[in-house]
Design a protein around this ligand. Structure first.
Ligand SMILES: Cc1cc2nc3c(=O)[nH]c(=O)nc-3n(C[C@H](O)[C@H](O)[C@H](O)COP(=O)(O)O)c2cc1C
Length: 203
């Protein structure tokens, strides 16, 4: 079941307040806050402490930002208001100085954990982060010079939220949609897995 809802009051404020907004204030991000966001990512857990994540930060007004922004799908054009666009990169093999590289099945999970920590720290800093899978991965690899054994992961926008009073109605509405989440009973199960997709389709 999917419900419109608000996060519970007793969650950590940084979790409760985090939202993937689409309207950004033009002001630059405090450099110390940026450092803390990526420190949060750096201190995430990872399989074998492999730390397979890398982040390429681009600042609005630079050639690199324009190049990365150029890879976004048209539906993500709002993101070019953000002062920062970041390309998350992942290494999907374990590397060891004396052993041949071997696949790291968990690399993208590790990246997801690092991003989760970064997003929570950003929320604590009063920053909006908005992940985007809607971009051309091959083109992003090309323009940002990402080569094997690294691969492109995801792009995210980061900046302070726009003051809603400064926005026209269409832009205000863009961020005012009710939030929905699958129920906790579906997400958290006990003792036995219940396949809610099979249940719903009657198979
Ligand atoms: C892997 C991933 C890819 C996403 N891709 C896009 C995207 O291309 N465009 C977009 O507007 N939002 C994108 N989102 C944001 C989600 O739509 C958003 O997180 C979700 O609707 C929940 O809203 P919330 O983050 O405000 O809680 C993406 C989020 C994730 C984690």
């Amino acid at each position: 079941m999917t419900d419109a809802m608000h996060p519970p009051e007793d969650l950590l404020p940084a979790l409760r307040n985090r939202r993937s907004l689409r309207n950004f204030a033009p002001r630059p991000v405090d450099p110390d806050a940026v450092t803390r966001v990526f420190e949060a990512a750096r201190w995430a857990p990872s399989g074998g402490n492999g730390q397979p994540w890398r982040f390429v930060l681009t600042r609005r007004g630079t050639h690199a930002y324009e190049a990365l922004a150029g890879t976004l799908k048209p539906g993500n054009a709002w993101a070019t208001d953000a002062p920062l666009l970041i390309l998350a990169v992942v290494r999907s093999v374990h590397v060891h100085p004396e052993k041949p590289p071997r696949p790291n099945r968990d690399a993208r999970l590790d990246l997801g954990l690092a991003l989760g920590q970064a997003f929570v720290q950003a929320s604590e800093e009063g920053l909006v982060t908005h992940a985007m899978g809607g971009f051309d991965l091959e083109e992003a690899a090309r323009v940002m010079h990402v080569t094997a054994p690294y691969e492109v992961g995801i792009v995210f926008a980061m900046g302070y939220p726009a003051d809603p009073a400064t926005l026209d109605e269409e832009r205000r509405e863009r961020d005012a949609k009710p939030r929905t989440r699958v129920s906790l009973d579906t997400v958290l199960q006990e003792d036995r897995f219940l396949n809610d997709v099979e249940e719903a389709s009657g198979t």
